[in-house]
Design a protein around this ligand. Sequence first.
Ligand code: IVH
Length: 668
Amino acid sequence: MNKDAASEIRDLTDKINYHNYRYYVLDDPEISDSEYDRLFDRLVELEKQHPELQLPDSPTQRVGAAPSEKFEQIKHSIPMLSLNKSLSKQEFLDFDKRIRTELAGDNESIRYVTEPKLDGLAVEVVYKNGILTVASTRGDGITGEIITDNVRTIRSVPLRLMANDPPSLIEVRGEVVITKADFAKLNKTREKNGEDLFANPRNAAAGSLRQLDPKVTASRPLLMLAYEVGKIEGVNLKLHSETLEYLRTLGFRVSDLIRINSSADEVAKRYDEFLEKRAMIPFDVDGMVVKIDSYRHRRKLGELSRSPRWAIAWKFPPEQATTIIEDIKVQVGRTGILTPVAHLKPVRVGGVEVSRATLHNEDEVKRKGVMIGDTVIVQRAGDVIPEVVKPIVEKRTGSEKPFNMPRKCPACGSTVVKDTDGVYVRCPNPHCPAQVVERIIHFVSKSGVDVDGLGSRLIEKMVEQGILKDPADVFFLTSEKLLTMERMGEKLAGNILESIEKSRKPDLAHLIHALGIRNVGEHLASVLARRFNSIENLSEAPVEKLAEIDDIGPIVARSTREYFDRPETKRMIDKLVEGGMVFPHEESSVRNEPLKGKTFVITGTLENYSRSQAKKLLTNLGAKVTSTVSKKTDFVVAGANPGSKYLKAQSLGIKIIDEQEFLKIISE
Ligand code: IVH
């Protein structure tokens, strides 16, 4: 009986560890969550009946052991060094030159391995005969803290190495990180629960790992990416790149952004690629690590007391910077929402000059505690609008002024009103010039009816001069009217009119989006277009019918209905017709949706279509087009210079198609 239990426990332990690996290391699960839970529950039950049979690599330990009083210290058998920095290309070239001088005459060619410099917490995990025995933090490099119970909760860390013949000893080093997406989710939950927010993913990872209660660690979405080894016995590896591959075979997650580069030029190119892709990398990366590949070369080059002479961290320009809030001005949006915007003393952040940062709303200004005149930290996270992180309170002089939301709209002077949910303040005047400007900008934008040449400055001026009073006025523009504008020539006016002519025949989805119905973005506009085939049908749809549609919730149903019930809407539609707009009546596509149920992601540049055209073609055929690659993605359409989505698709084993295949699919 016990023998049966023992073998079932061994079997379940192996199975669960394997499925963990599929999920957390390969990002490619083979079984459903419920199937996984079933295996897990069975193992918990068996271990409860036979505690003596629990294996050292049992996945049940991942839920977190009992809390401890304090962390014990441990001396690393080989110091965990830090990296010398290079802050410019010149500094990297100097490094390369030094390497070449010191290795002159050596006939093994110099190869570099380039890796993302992950911004998390360095750890060391020790395996004896394949079993995880101790994990520790880097500490001061000589001694660290033992955090074995915490590291065991990290699903991408194998509890037992995936090798039949594991090395008798291996110390694996790597970085514990949290993805940017998980970080955002974590902070959102903390905000809801009234807990302090983490400043950045690194703090969140470090805070989660240095928890005396491993159950807390277990609840955090930590990941470990392996990048070096310490002491190793029983295997003979000659190259770092070989080691990384070996770590992969042992079941570790190793970044798929690592490359081998054989010249300084190649390394510099790779650096530029990293910088360009930085925003798309799921983790915070603050530079690129350049390491010598050959261990023999590494030994020749040697080490200084704190850092090796065979590696360098070529840092990225910071994505955070310090500057001063010169003023906080209020902007009025298309739907009348008043948004406080910080006007900053211009500063370079992550290679881009920043002079404005949104403060979202009044509550946010209060929560962040920023004042006019404050010295603040600003950051750019990827491609999103820069934001103010926090004020540096120590730098206050006493002359800072608090920000108060105005009671009157700064553009038209109407008394503002607060939304029922209490977050947004709005200008209630639909004729407010600021709103009119924003509505027209939205109307003519690429995702609207798409008029080229009408920039926001020009629109602003034309509203100011009374040439444009609403979006429909765009269709009444003439060359005489345009030529009254400053810096307008015959040629530009002609181009604008030509583009307006084209935009008189929009497709339904773009038209619906252009109207600017509250809460209806690009995706919902195409959902509505597909369902209703014409503005007429849509404008007559009752709330209940709208709310029945997949993806459309009660709020959108209500705001859509409200929009069409307004007398101004009717007037505007009449005016658009009068202005020569052809309202589309699209063939019902419901009958013919050959790609229904298929999810596509588009990455890179296509030769024959813009991304939005390609998206439109696919959604017309019933496909869903999303912006992130996940296990649910069926196809990734890859054009020239694809981004990280391509790599993600590769690692998930998702079918990648090129433009030719894409054309074939849509024409079939
Ligand atoms: S190798 C001697 N590789 O950077 C080799 N470190 O300044 C040192 N780090 O403590 C480690 N990404 O926390 C290495 N791909 C990478 C890294 C990396 C981030 C961190 C690590 C280390 C610090 C060194």
